[in-house]
Write a protein that binds this ligand. Sequence first.
Ligand code: OFO
Length: 163
Amino acid sequence: MFKNKINKYLNYQLNLEYYSSKLYLEMSFWCDIKNLENAKIFFKNSSNDELKHMNKLSKFLCDIDILPVINSNILLNKNFNSLQNIFKKAYINEKKITHNINYISDIALKYKNYKIFHFLSWYILKQIEEEKVLKTIINNLVFYNNKQKDILIFDNLFLSKYI
Ligand code: OFO
């Protein structure tokens, strides 16, 4: 019972990290086309980070004899229409990841599996950091309207601090 449930949600987490990596890579392409140099780098770095999270998790799964299963048919929501829009989408995505990590942590604690809980604590702290950065960016973006000139200023002056 515990093994089936934990396998399912750890694998789901693995695929959320994989999905995030692809999503942020596509966001960086969108920023590239819009000439938002710092936003492009921000999302490219985020994409690489998510891949690292996925690899860290897959290594752990192998170490505890759970076979990682990657879902290669992941559909992305490519409906990007503004910088505000993609940062909000990234934030919503991170909230979803946090929710799943908390859920798995609950299961691990319920069954007294401290090995898994200890491993997940790294992800719990990482999520705090990432949500904070995205929330700060979104909160500052409200002072800029959607005109290309203003968004370029935001990209140059504000986002450069986060890459
Ligand atoms: Fe890996 O999802 Fe955020 O960090």
